[in-house]
Design a protein around this ligand. Structure first.
Ligand code: KG4
Ligand code: ZN
Length: 330
């Protein structure tokens, strides 16, 4: 059984094939055009998906060395994300399903991220906690089994990746900001600026806008030459506060409900400080921490194919009338 998956929810056009023999292809075309605008421009993203989708699917089929006859179903992201971007992938998937006479499987992008840790590893048999940290989402989820999720905490304002990107913009670092902050923080002083973590009603919720605004006020008061000198230190201070916040919440949830596995997924899971701190806490608290390789943290179709594989086994197909849902929840 092989699933061909398509992901176009934001600014990555990706096609992948996952089946009984594991991951056979995961082709990703990243759209660099948005860099000069300092963020994703939805109209440009849709147009780039239109240009990229055919070559990327061809590339995935060639890489996997399989023909369309051996494809069992087409899985595709139908939300959440940018509606124009989702439409390109979803309509292409519908056309393929119709032309090739294959079932269609609509996938929730957030559930896709959740499955990204199990592209190369077995889905745990026991319940576990997942921290989903991307540009659009920050969620703590109790996973009782595949498809059975209980949301334990969420962000009350910005997503973690969004906060990284906004702080990078304040510091004139470019887009996407997360990887740049990660890089320049490596040799910087993270104790330069003291930022406090917000207090929340639900102890497993997150909030990043207060930390972000504190950075903004600090920068506004700084002389230009001081900003020049301490740009990396400010970035590192923000990163350290954000990472500690994510780690503390996640481990206190794991600890409180007594589970032994923490899975961390989404673009921010690429962050090297987060990965380092996770490894340290895993050791000291005897928790199994699962983090995907960086290529499976950011948007990719491999995770959509993996989720599609699970849904195929359950016979969980979608009608051809399925429409994009830009604010689809987990
Ligand atoms: O999962 P993803 O590709 O897209 C969404 O579903 O949102 O995540 C993109 C986000 C961006 O905000 C980006 O800045 C952030 O992930 N990101 C990082 C790093 N790499 C990507 N944030 C911090 N450190 C990184 N190394
Ligand atoms: Zn994503």
């Amino acid at each position: 059984m092989n699933i061909l998956a398509i992901e176009t929810s934001c600014d990555e056009t990706s096609a992948a094939i996952y089946g009984d023999d594991g991951l056979l292809a995961n082709e990703i075309a990243s759209q660099l055009i948005h860099q000069k605008y300092g963020g994703v421009v939805p109209e440009l993203a849709s147009r780039a998906h239109v240009r990229n989708i055919m070559p990327i699917i061809d590339a995935a089929l060639t890489k996997a060395s399989i023909s369309k006859e051996t494809i069992s179903a087409i899985a595709v992201t139908y939300g959440p994300g940018l509606v124009g971007s989702i439409l390109v992938g979803l309509n292409f998937a519908k056309a393929l399903a119709l032309a090739w006479n294959k079932p269609l499987i609509g996938i929730n992008h957030i559930e896709g991220h959740l499955f990204s840790n199990f592209v190369n590893a077995k889905f745990p048999e026991e319940p576990f906690i997942t921290l989903i940290v991307s540009g659009g989402h920050t969620l703590l989820v109790r996973v009782n089994a595949p498809g059975q999720y209980q949301i334990m905490g969420t962000t009350k304002d910005d997503a973690a990746g969004e906060a990284f990107d906004k702080v990078a913009k304040m510091l004139n670092l470019g887009y996407p900001g997360g990887p740049i902050i990660d890089k320049i923080s490596q040799r910087a002083d993270a104790s330069y600026l003291r930022l406090s973590k917000p207090k929340m009603d639900n102890k497993f919720d997150f909030s990043f806008s207060g930390i972000k605004t504190a950075v903004l006020y600090f920068i506004k008061k700084l002389a230009p030459e001081e900003l020049e000198k301490h740009r990396a230190d400010i970035a590192a201070s923000f990163q350290s506060t954000a990472v500690n916040f994510l780690i503390d919440r996640s481990f206190s949830l794991v600890d409180e409900i007594g589970l032994k596995i923490l899975s961390v997924v989404g673009g921010v899971a690429c962050n090297s400080l987060l990965r380092k701190r996770l490894a340290e806490r895993a050791l000291s608290e005897n928790v199994r921490v699962l983090v995907p390789p960086p290529l499976l943290c950011t948007d990719n179709a491999a995770m959509i194919a993996r989720a599609g594989y699970f849904k195929y086994q359950k016979g969980n197909f979608s009608p051809l009338s399925i429409s994009p849902d830009p604010s689809l929840a987990l």
